[in-house]
Design a protein around this ligand. Structure first.
Ligand code: AVJ
Length: 321
């Protein structure tokens, strides 16, 4: 497995495109280099970051019901996971399935090579008999290629509110890729962070210890490291905002002064006005009715909505019609 995250070309090109846009933007998928993966693991343990704990609660308490549908087929199947990450939550499902000697193959897909290497190692230790095929790719490209497709039923996991990292139109586009990338009877389990008290949401992206700030700033550090740039990280402020109408929590980096930044690999200098911002991430929150609407768009039928005790988070199970 190649531990390098991305093609040099793609990262450089995306940075060039984003910083030449007005307003300036950078894609959030580049948060996840080795440093960013570590920071995200710290985020998941933060008291304010309820998402991971809530989804964990759902999987712990309801994994039998969640898996009942795929198990009722009584056939070997593929467990495909888009954005597998450290596999912490997935291991609840893997444990249940392997303990029952269920026949299945696990295909973890992640954009971060370093995360896949670690996942493979921890799985080999905890589940020595598990058949694992890691795939380093984006959601969309992996759904186009479908290297797992062998006629067996697929259960596609898309957990962790990862779909929330896309705006409405882009999320619809991902759902369309799921529509094209699945066959009749395939199941999809998607994690959605639900609309709730705006303060609770904002706090999750503005933690007291400043880990999320570091996570956001790591994007500038990464550009410095990989693209020979001279961002002065301390002159940028981490600024998340939550819009309760759209359900979008958006994170920005705001330049505290007028300044220029040179990116050697692009041979270009970028000018920032005082208080100009870079839009770095969207984390969209959904209502259950919006989620059902997405299911219909993808040609899926809702089999179940699995929600935690406080109604903060939902893992929804869809079947392809
Ligand atoms: C991994 C996309 C679910 O949006 O909540 C956490 C990433 N960003 N804190 C999210 C993230 C800032 C996270 N997801």
């Amino acid at each position: 497995m190649n531990a390098k995250n991305t093609d040099f070309g793609t990262f450089a090109q995306d940075v060039m495109l984003g910083l030449n846009s007005n307003p300036k933007t950078l894609p959030s998928k580049y948060f996840y280099d080795a440093k960013g993966d570590k920071l995200f693991q710290q985020i998941m343990a933060l008291p304010e970051y309820y998402l991971t704990r809530k989804e964990y609660e759902i999987l712990e308490g309801q994994h039998r019901q969640i898996l009942a549908e795929i198990l009722s087929l009584q056939k070997p199947f593929n467990l495909v996971e888009l954005g597998a990450g450290d596999g912490m939550k997935t291991k609840i499902l893997l444990r249940y399935l392997t303990d029952r000697k269920i026949e299945f193959t696990y295909y973890p897909v992640d954009f971060s090579g370093s995360v896949l290497v670690e996942l493979e190692e921890s799985l080999a230790e905890e589940f020595p008999t598990l058949e694992v095929h890691p795939i380093q790719d984006t959601y969309r490209d992996s759904l186009k290629k479908q290297v797992w497709e062998d006629g067996k039923p697929n259960l596609i996991l898309f957990m962790g509110a990862n779909l929330g990292n896309f705006g409405v139109e882009e999320a619809k586009n991902i759902i369309d890729h799921l529509r094209v990338g699945t066959k009749k009877g395939d199941l999809v389990l998607i994690g959605f962070d639900l609309k709730k008290d705006p303060q609770t949401i904002l706090n999750a992206y503005h933690d007291e210890q400043g880990v999320t700030r570091e996570f956001n700033l790591n994007l500038l550090d990464r550009i410095n490291r990989e693209l020979d740039a001279d961002f002065d990280r301390d002159s940028f402020v981490h600024w998340p905002i939550y819009n309760p109408v759209s359900g979008e929590c958006r994170s920005y980096l705001v330049s505290q002064k007028a300044q220029t930044v040179t990116i050697g690999a692009l041979n270009q200098t970028f000018y920032f006005e005082a208080f100009e911002s870079i839009f770095t991430e969207i984390s969209k929150k959904y209502s259950l009715s919006e989620i059902s609407h997405l299911a219909a768009l993808g040609g899926f039928e809702v089999m179940g909505n699995f929600v935690d005790s406080e109604g903060y988070f939902a893992d929804v199970l869809w079947v392809k019609k």
